[in-house]
Design a protein around this ligand. Structure first.
Ligand code: TYD
Length: 215
């Protein structure tokens, strides 16, 4: 069985978590081994980098380098071995978050992020175009920034990103839209401004439509 890699994206407050758990159970019901992970994080080293990225003030380049360093470790230690075993990897955020947050949100150079992506995720040299480890499917929970802000208000003590103003999240959302436009076959854009059950139906449908679960 070949491994399956699915990432989950969206601005803070878009409500990914319950659907990731539910999708894990849907794969387990098919007899698949599921690896649940997150970025930044997923290994002891990457979790330490996560603490810095989420709590310490730094410029956007430093942030980008740290999230890609964390991603490298996560790919080497967890994601690649799991895919090689034929497991299903469900990852709460991956590289699209770096383009959305550090690129569009904080204004860091999109081209440099592409270079870092091609270094960190290179799987093999295929002629002039390197083959990258990329998710088979990216489920993007799309929600207006104003609604996400209402959902987050008072929910918990905000981290460095969650305490950003509305305009930041509007830029982040635009970053996700740009990534989707560049690679639309990989993306399922879900309207996250619906009831939990309606969102789940769309998530479930998008995974089956991609042939990753039986219809
Ligand atoms: P999040 O995934 O929302 O976790 P939690 O639900 O525990 O808050 O938090 C991760 C934060 O890190 C989120 O605000 C987005 C940010 N982030 C980046 O800025 N760049 C990245 O490359 C990644 C993966 C996340």
């Amino acid at each position: 069985m070949s491994g399956i890699f699915i990432s989950f994206e969206g601005i803070d407050g878009a409500g990914k978590s319950t659907h990731i758990e539910r999708l894990a159970n849907a794969f387990r019901a098919q007899g698949r081994e599921v690896v649940l992970s997150r970025e930044p994080g997923g290994t002891p080293l990457a979790e330490r980098l996560r603490q810095m990225v989420l709590n310490d003030a730094m410029d956007a380049m430093t942030e980008a380098l740290l999230v890609f360093a964390a991603r490298r470790d996560h790919l080497q230690q967890v994601i690649r071995p799991a895919l090689d075993r034929g497991d299903v990897v469900l990852c709460d955020r991956f590289t699209d978050a770096t383009f959305a947050y550090q690129g569009s949100g904080r204004g860091f150079d999109w081209q440099i992020l592409s270079v870092l992506e091609s270094w960190v995720q290179a799987k093999a040299e295929g002629g002039t175009t390197p083959i990258l480890v990329q998710p088979d499917l990216t489920i993007w929970f799309d929600l207006p920034a104003s609604i996400a802000a209402q959902r987050l208000a008072g929910a918990r003590v905000p981290d460095k990103f969650e305490s950003q103003p509305l305009a930041f999240f509007e830029q982040v959302a635009a970053g996700y839209a740009k990534r989707q436009a560049a690679d639309s076959a990989r993306f399922a854009r879900i309207n996250a401004d619906q009831t939990l059950e309606a969102v789940w139906r769309d998530v479930d449908r998008s995974v089956r439509a991609q042939g990753l679960l039986p219809c």
